[in-house]
Design a protein around this ligand. Structure first.
Ligand code: PMT
Length: 408
């Protein structure tokens, strides 16, 4: 999740540093954008150090008497409009609120506001008379009407010496409004979720392998959803064309053996294991060292790969273990057998005989089986399915006994 944090010029600008930190705690990457007057209150270096990235201080690169306008900077900066999942302005001055309400685009922040389609959250902070002024209230009404989320300021002692409304809302309130806009929760905060995704490739010779049609989309969607729910994520992936979501610990593997090694090496750190990968059940007994020449019929002798999820089911101590099942017949019955024989806490079954779901499609439709439940999740995007799966996982987690949870 990426958020642009617009910091405008007010005494509350120094609180934005804490907002950055709280967003980072929620797995959110933050790109700070400062107006010219914000830089009178806090130095960009503070935010650059916190975020580890350049702070955007002007449309054409850094603003200042001796700076040279740079068109490349403008182009590079505008990419932010497409990349972000939300724009939050905190603190927002009366001046910036007026600009945003009227669609003025005379600096980077106000231009970004017009250029992005991401949800916008505004946390005003100003003198009480400015806050109550009909012009400010009219501008806020325009923004609310457009769907902008206004985080109402608190009342109290203001920096200008007056008492009344206009104090920047608590940082936690602002961050919680951002997380709502991102549809993100903290349900899995404190958990480390180890997810496997994609296919494995079992080599036959230096150029050929046994593989399958798994694209990795289901597993990567789970990784993204787990991040949104506040978890730390370790993603062990077979070869896919996908970019891993950030921030995850990413381990790329090719074969079932490599996946097994990676999963077992990370098992101790994990509190939840989800095996969405389509692991080959068989591998060639011998791998030819040279490319096999074409000469009549050929028989490959195969041997079973290690059943990783079953081994995890046996070795785990405190981890929840969730398997997947790709079935074409007797779907629920076969999946329930896997749930029991592999000592899993839940199994997510997809009927891969149905068109438009399962392997290499954008959507899926699953049934989640636990010891005592059978939850149907109808066809939806893999992102949506991932969220539904993790809600069930989170409920299983909550049902676990207190002594086990405290042993972490
Ligand atoms: O990657 P996508 O294109 O998005 O497609 C998603 C998916 C269809 C691959 C995914 O939803 C899915 O069903 N993954 C599991 C596929 C599978 O291998 O199912 P299975 O019924 O053969 O295996 C059962 C479970 O055992 C799975 O959790 C699997 O990861 C695990 N397994 C299987 C073999 C093996 N040697 N080791 C394992 O751990």
């Amino acid at each position: 999740m990426k958020v642009a944090l617009g910091v405008t010029g007010g005494i509350a600008a120094n609180k934005a540093a804490e907002i950055v930190r709280l967003l980072q705690d929620c797995n959110v990457q933050v790109q700070v954008v400062m107006t010219r007057s914000a830089q009178e209150f806090v130095r960009p270096l503070t935010f650059a150090a916190l975020t580890g990235r350049k702070v955007i201080t002007g449309m054409f690169g850094p603003e200042g008497a001796e700076s040279v306008p740079n068109l490349d900077s403008a182009v590079e900066h505008m990419a932010v409009a497409q990349e972000i999942d939300a724009l939050v302005v905190a603190p927002a001055t009366a001046d910036t609120i007026a600009k945003l309400a009227q669609g003025i685009a005379d600096d980077f922040l106000s231009t970004l506001h017009l250029a992005t389609k991401a949800p916008v959250i505004i946390a005003p902070a100003m003198n009480v008379n400015m806050w109550e002024h009909p012009a400010t209230q009219a501008n806020l009404a325009i923004l609310r009407e457009r769907g902008v989320h206004i985080v109402e300021p608190d009342s109290g002692y203001l920096a200008c010496g007056m008492i009344g409304s206009g104090r920047l809302a608590a940082n936690e309130t602002i961050v919680s409004a951002v997380m709502d806009a991102l549809h993100a929760t903290r349900e899995l905060a404190g958990e480390t979720v180890l997810i496997t995704a994609g296919p494995t490739r079992e080599p036959i010779d230096p150029v050929r392998y046994i593989g399958n049609r798994s694209s990795g989309k289901m597993g990567y969607a789970l990784a993204e959803a787990a991040l949104r729910m506040g978890a730390k994520v370790i993603l062990v992936s077979g070869p896919t064309a996908l970019k891993p979501p950030e921030p995850v610990e990413f381990i790329a593997v090719q074969t079932a053996d490599e996946m097994r090694t990676a999963v077992l090496s990370k098992l101790e750190q994990a509190t939840i294991v989800i095996k969405a990968a389509a692991v080959a059940d068989y591998k060639p007994k011998q791998v030819a060292s040279q490319k096999i020449k074409r000469k009549g019929p050929l028989t490959l002798e195969l041997e079973p790969t290690a059943d990783i999820v079953a081994e995890v089911g046996q070795r785990r101590d405190r981890q929840l273990v969730i398997g997947f099942a790709a079935e074409t017949e007797n779907v629920i019955e076969n999946a329930r057998k896997k749930l029991n024989s592999k000592s899993l806490d839940a199994i997510v079954v997809n009927d891969i005989s149905k068109p438009g779901i399962g392997f290499d499609s954008e959507d899926n439709a699953v049934t989640i089986l636990t010891a005592d439940r059978e939850i149907e999740v109808p066809k939806a995007s893999k992102q949506q399915i991932a969220l539904e799966i993790l809600k069930v996982v989170s409920s299983l987690e909550q049902r676990r006994s207190a002594p086990q949870r405290t042993s972490r």
